[in-house]
Design a protein around this ligand. Structure first.
Ligand code: HEM
Length: 486
């Protein structure tokens, strides 16, 4: 007689049997089984998700590469690469062959309109060509007055806030500045962070999105669980999301209603919106990705490099001497003239190496028919990623990687490094469109601060760099004493 008990037993046995067969297949017969890595990662996606959600993935990846080598299997269907040649193999131009598309489980976690950073290859090309105008040398020259306006407000705020002799939270001030600048360049108005000395709720949402993003990415592998959890999201959270969308829409409508032409980052796609078939939602999602990609990244690096300089007094003194000798007054400091600061550039590069704003690997997927990377055949459907923080901390490619040595990036560097491993803005047709803007903006801000103030790290921020990473660094307050130079 078939009763409930034996039915249940049969289901449990079948499930167990399925998992055992799956485990044996993943370890011994899967096309990726020849690649080294921890058995737990070969069997299941869960260990990867656990590290991602815990915020320790960048550091764990370094341990894994040290133990297993340049190519590590970090999930049943994912390989992590840690070698200079991997950039070209995974992200390089493919000369007519299909590119490795961005992994949907990582890039498209919510049902929102797509944008330049997560569109498929074909649509991306047109968008990028159009948006590139806003990032040209000429546009950047036109954008300079906007950028300067916020940097000058930053200097004013720093003077006011340091006057009582207390340390200022530099990490917040860098965030306020870069969010206001990109807000203006993408939406036609700032977030008022510097004005109000406060974060806008829009920006607080971005910080929360980092942690939530890792959870959603992990849930992509467990769709049933995702559906259940989404159904449990409280009504208040859904309402606040709707409110956020409404405010963003109003922001963009104000930009669209501006009559005069504006040489900003969004003008290009506004002009071609019909040709590219871009509705308001898509324009907004592209503006949003500019804010997310263009402000937290530069602000993180500015905080990181400030910390590293203040922990390395020789480098700090050398940089201050450079800024104050190349320029005699602050009016000389602009987006172009900061190009004369060679030591500053080396400091920023070294900051990007030790504290890359995009620390984790962003997975791409091997196309139909597979692909060859670093001489290895990689079967189709395999996720492939390069984890920057881990790669830049490997002794094999960077001499004395734990120490801040800007000299390694100078022309006559005595360091025996593999510089081609260093790609903080990624590589190939989907590399960072804002690279030049980022460098100019960061140099302008840092140069003006060092020209105007002497800096000292507060005691409570000595270990500031010990952070977790949830797609972005979980920066604590970076407290710094500022003393006006004159
Ligand atoms: C230190 C600062 C920055 C770093 C380290 C950085 C890094 C990156 C990286 C690694 C990517 C590739 C992402 C991927 O493969 O999915 C990227 C893409 C992008 N970045 Fe940046 N970024 C920075 C600043 C900026 C700024 C200031 C902007 C301008 C607002 C910007 C705009 C973009 C855009 C539009 C893309 C997408 C490009 C495409 O898909 O064609 N970034 N960035």
């Amino acid at each position: 007689m078939f009763d409930i008990k034996s039915g249940l037993l049969a289901i449990i046995s079948l499930t167990l049997c399925y998992f055992i067969c799956q485990t044996i297949y993943n370890i011994f017969f899967h096309p990726l089984s020849r690649f080294p890595g921890p058995v737990s990662h070969a069997i299941s996606r869960i260990p990867y998700c656990y590290r991602l959600i815990q915020g320790t993935l960048p550091f764990d990846m370094l341990d894994l590469h040290r133990k297993y080598g340049d190519i590590v299997r970090i999930a049943p269907d994912e390989l992590a690469f840690s070698h200079p040649d991997a950039w070209k193999g995974i992200m390089g131009h493919k000369n007519g062959e299909p590119e490795l598309e961005k992994a949907h489980w990582f890039y498209r976690v919510v049902d929102e309109p797509l944008h330049i950073a997560n569109e498929d290859q074909h649509t991306h090309k047109g968008l990028r060509r159009t948006m590139a105008h806003g990032f040209s040398e000429r546009s950047m020259r036109d954008q300079e007055p906007i950028i300067r306006k916020y940097v000058h407000l930053l200097l004013q705020r720093l003077r006011e806030n340091s006057a009582d002799g207390h340390p200022v939270v530099m990490s917040d001030w860098y965030n306020f500045t870069t969010f206001d600048i990109i807000g203006d360049l993408a939406f036609g108005e700032s977030f008022g962070c510097l004005e109000g000395s406060n974060y806008d709720s829009w920006i607080k949402g971005i910080f929360e999105a980092g942690r939530l993003g890792t959870i959603f990415q992990s849930l992509s592998f467990f769709p049933l669980l995702k559906t259940v959890l989404l159904a449990l999201v409280p009504k208040s959270l859904k309402e606040s999301r709707e409110y956020h969308k409404k405010k963003t829409r109003e922001k963009m409508m104000r930009r669209l209603n501006q009559a005069e032409e504006r040489s900003d980052l969004i003008e290009g796609i506004l002009k071609k919106r019909e040709e590219l078939n871009l509705g308001l939602d898509k324009i907004i999602s592209n503006a949003e990705i500019l804010i997310i990609g263009g402000s937290e990244t530069t602000a993180s690096l500015l905080s990181g490099v400030t910390y590293l300089l203040l922990q390395n007094p020789d480098a700090y003194k050398k940089l201050v001497a450079e800024v104050r000798s190349v320029f005699t007054c602050q009016e000389e400091i602009n987006l172009v003239s900061v190009g004369r600061l060679t030591y500053m550039m080396a400091c920023l590069e070294e900051g990007l190496r030790m504290y890359p704003p995009i620390a984790n690997g962003l997975p791409r997927v091997a196309p139909k028919g597979g692909v060859t990377i670093m001489g290895e055949f990689i079967p189709e459907g395999t996720n492939c990623a390069i984890h920057q923080w881990a790669l830049y901390h490997r002794e094999k490619y960077f001499e004395d990687p734990e120490t801040f040595h800007p000299e390694r990036f100078l022309a006559d560097s005595p360091f025996d490094d593999r510089k081609d491993a260093f790609q903080p803005f990624h590589f190939g047709p989907r590399n960072c469109l804002g690279r030049n803007l980022a460098y100019s903006e960061m140099r302008l801000i840092l140069a003006l601060i060092l020209f105007n103030f002497d800096l000292k790290l507060a005691e409570e921020s000595q270990d500031w760099i010990q952070q977790k990473n949830f797609l972005m660094w979980q920066k604590g307050p970076l407290k710094v004493f500022l003393k006006p130079v004159n």
